[in-house]
Design a protein around this ligand. Structure first.
Ligand SMILES: *Cc1c(COP(=O)(O)O)cnc(C)c1O
Length: 445
């Protein structure tokens, strides 16, 4: 069990984050509650910049799908990172947060015409073209609008990252990108160079997520540098930009041993330097796109314990007031988490329990088999490392409202996303005339 970011256990034996007692957070804002540690997010952003930008001139781009809302866009902008978006909705949020469009990268394997038009209208920095359909579509749209789109091409280098198969993207059998080993990538570069409304700026790859093995990143960078050499030979141009994606793994549970960000930078930059020397290439501008590792460990979810069911000799189920609706990752990827009883965080563990949610699914389990102090109804459970792909993957299954998000820092807590109310859940429901009933009903909120 590891404490993350600014976490500590205070004099009352309570877990504290950002100088704010989590028991007080639960009381003041309700549960389930996502708590984001602002100082920790900023610290990681700075560590990335120190490792990649200061030494190597690389651009660090936050992959916003990990955790995104107006406040997060502002933090990222203040820290001097750029921003990845993968949909019109993410782009709209970034623009509303006044994130500079020139530092926005637009990804996605099936961008809609309306999304591409929006990206061109806002003049986003780069559109990362994924496939031939999009290439033609974007060229046409840019032509109609009288602009030139600055593009990177997403390539699939054929690198098998050692991670869960649902979050592996670098292998040949992937829905993303132009395949390198079968020659499709080179064909894409050549086509792009012939299209009048596209300006080819460089190439991109993203091999997967929650990758611990730095040699996977090193290998991918080398493959991409080989592609740059081939482009020079076959198309006669020096590629200016090389975007190597994200995927840096983080600690979730004991046994996870992530490398340091400095080691990550070393793995990537040494590969680039080696290949530059080997083939006498120009050094391209390097970009990386961390998502999970910027926010993952900065996030904690607080829950209140309700029912407890013990099946003697088999298992004790501790049910909390959230579950797969606010954290679908255990159900999606068998993701594992650590947790503490936040109101008795210093007490030793005395029993093994399983933490389950309140959704009507047997698969709605947050943690199988965790050692905790004797858990009672009313206790506050804090699940760690929920900052990435929790809030952004949350849903309204069982008509549960999504939890609020608070940003804590230096003893303050600010709501950055409001809890969804019952009225919010009905916001888009419409009742056709023929289904309406006459009498008014008294609503309990
Ligand atoms: C999701 C994604 C990332 C970020 O991945 P993490 O594992 O969260 O670091 C980076 N680039 C692209 C294109 C992505 O789709």
């Amino acid at each position: 069990m590891k404490l993350h970011g600014t976490m500590r256990i205070n004099e009352l034996g309570h877990l504290e984050i950002g100088g704010y007692d989590t028991v007080e957070l639960a009381r003041n804002f309700g549960t389930p509650l996502y708590v984001m540690d602002e100082a920790e997010i900023r610290r990681v952003c700075r560590e990335y910049r120190a490792a990649f930008t200061d030494g190597f001139g690389a651009e660090v781009i936050y992959a916003s799908k990990a955790f995104m809302n107006l406040a997060m866009c502002r933090v990222i902008e203040e820290e001097g990172l750029s921003l990845d978006v993968v949909s019109g909705g993410e782009l709209y949020t970034a623009i509303k947060a006044r994130f500079p469009a020139s530092r926005i990268y637009f990804h996605g394997n099936n961008k809609q015409p309306q999304e591409l038009r929006m990206a061109l209208e806002y003049r986003v920095g780069r559109i990362v073209v994924d496939n031939f359909h999009e290439m033609t579509l974007l060229n046409d749209l840019a032509g109609q609008m009288g602009v030139r789109a600055q593009v990177l091409l997403r390539l699939t280098p054929g690198v098998e990252a050692h991670t869960h198969e649902y979050i592996r993207t670098g292998q040949i059998d992937s829905k993303f990108g132009f395949t390198v080993p079968n020659g499709q990538a080179m064909e894409a570069v050549k086509s792009c160079l012939t299209l009048p409304h596209l300006e080819f700026k460089g190439i991109h790859c993203h091999i997967g997520s929650q990758v611990f093995d730095m040699s996977s990143f090193n290998h991918a960078a080398k493959v991409m540098m080989e592609v740059i050499k081939d482009i020079r030979e076959q198309a006669g141009i020096a590629v200016e930009e090389l975007n190597l994606g994200g995927g840096f793994g983080i600690y979730y549970v004991e046994g996870d041993q992530p490398a340091t960000i400095a080691e990550y930078a070393q793995a990537v930059t040494s590969a680039v330097k080696e290949m530059v020397a080997k083939h006498q290439l120009n050094i391209p501008k390097i970009m990386i796109e961390p998502g999970r590792s910027i926010v993952g460990e900065a996030g904690t979810t607080l829950y209140t314990v309700g029912s407890i069911k013990e099946i003697p000799g088999i298992r004790k189920y501790v049910a909390v007031d959230g579950g797969m609706a606010d954290n679908p990752r255990p159900a999606l990827y068998q993701a594992r988490y650590e947790a503490v009883v936040a109101n008795r965080a210093a007490e030793p563990a005395v029993e093994t329990v399983s933490i389950t949610g309140k959704c009507c699914e047997s698969g709605d389990m947050l943690i199988w088999d965790i050692n905790l102090p004797q858990v009672k109804s009313g206790d506050i459970i804090a699940v760690f490392c929920t900052g990435a792909y929790n809030y952004t993957m949350s849903m309204n299954y069982n008509r549960l409202g999504r939890p609020a998000v608070v940003l804590v820092n230096d003893g303050r807590a600010d709501v950055i996303v409001e809890r969804e109310s019952y009225e919010d859940l009905l916001r888009n429901d419409r009742l056709p005339e023929r289904l309406r009933v006459g009498q008014k009903i008294k609503l309990v909120q």
